[in-house]
Write a protein that binds this ligand. Structure first.
Ligand code: GRF
Length: 188
C-alpha cells in the first residue's frame, strides 16, 4: 500500500509538481492524496485539479487560526493523509497542529540549514560571502525551520551572483531533492 501524502501550498507549487512527478515514478512509496492551500487562487491548485488530484482551498480570512487549521486538518484526514509535505506554504503552523502531526510533516527550505532560517535566504548567503547556497528538507517542529534535516543539496555561489539567479539554480535542485527525500522518508 502506498503512503498517502498531503501537500500544502500557497503559490505556484513547483515543488508540489515535483512531488507529484515523484509519486508517479515506478516503485514510488507514496501517492499524493490531497493538495491543499490557504490561497484559493494559488496557481498550483488549478494544476493539481487538472491532474485529477483532490484539492482543498480554505482562506483563513474571517476565521480564527484554530478554526482555519481545523478545516485543513479535517480535509487532510478525510483524504486519508498520513504525512504532510509543505511546498511553498507561507503560513506558520500552530504548535497544536504540529503536535497533532508530530514527526509526520516535512518542509523544503532554500538554504543549507541550520544557516539562514526564515526569508531572503539567498540574498543573505550572498551578502555573507558564502561559497555555497542550497536547500534542505527537514522535519517540521514548533521551531521555524528547526527540525531534523533529512537531506540537503549544495549549490555553488558564482562570482556576481544575484539572489534571483541563485534562487533559480537552487530551485532546480529542490525539484530533485524533495521527491527523493520524501520517498526515502516514507519508505522507512
Ligand atoms: C521554494 O523556494 C521553497 O524552497 C520555499 O518556497 C518556495 C516555493 O516554491 N519553501 P514553489 O511554490 O514550490 O514553486
Amino acid at each position: 500500500m502506498k503512503r498517502k501524502l498531503g501537500i500544502l501550498i500557497s503559490g505556484r507549487g513547483s515543488n508540489m509538481q515535483a512531488l507529484v512527478a515523484g509519486s508517479r515514478a515506478p516503485g514510488s512509496p507514496y501517492e499524493v492524496a490531497l493538495v491543499a492551500s490557504d490561497k484559493p487562487e494559488a496557481p498550483g491548485l488549478a494544476w493539481a485539479a487538472e491532474q485529477g488530484i483532490a484539492t482543498f482551498a480554505q482562506s483563513p480570512k474571517g476565521m480564527s487560526k484554530p478554526e482555519y487549521e481545523a478545516a485543513i486538518d479535517a480535509a487532510l484526514r478525510n483524504a486519508g493523509v498520513e504525512a504532510i509535505a509543505l511546498a511553498g506554504y507561507m503560513r506558520l503552523l500552530s504548535d497544536a497542529f504540529v503536535a497533532r502531526w508530530r514527526g509526520r510533516i516535512v518542509n523544503i527550505h532554500p538554504s543549507l540549514l541550520p544557516l539562514y532560517k526564515g526569508l531572503d535566504t539567498h540574498a543573505r548567503a550572498i551578502a555573507a560571502g558564502e561559497s555555497h547556497g542550497g536547500c534542505s528538507v527537514h522535519i517540521v517542529t514548533e521551531e521555524l525551520d528547526g527540525g531534523d534535516v533529512l537531506g540537503q543539496a549544495r549549490v555553488p555561489i558564482l562570482p556576481g551572483d544575484t539572489p534571483a539567479a541563485l534562487a533559480e539554480r537552487v530551485l532546480a535542485e529542490e525539484h530533485k531533492l524533495y521527491p527523493r527525500i520524501v520517498a526515502e522518508w516514507l519508505s522507512r
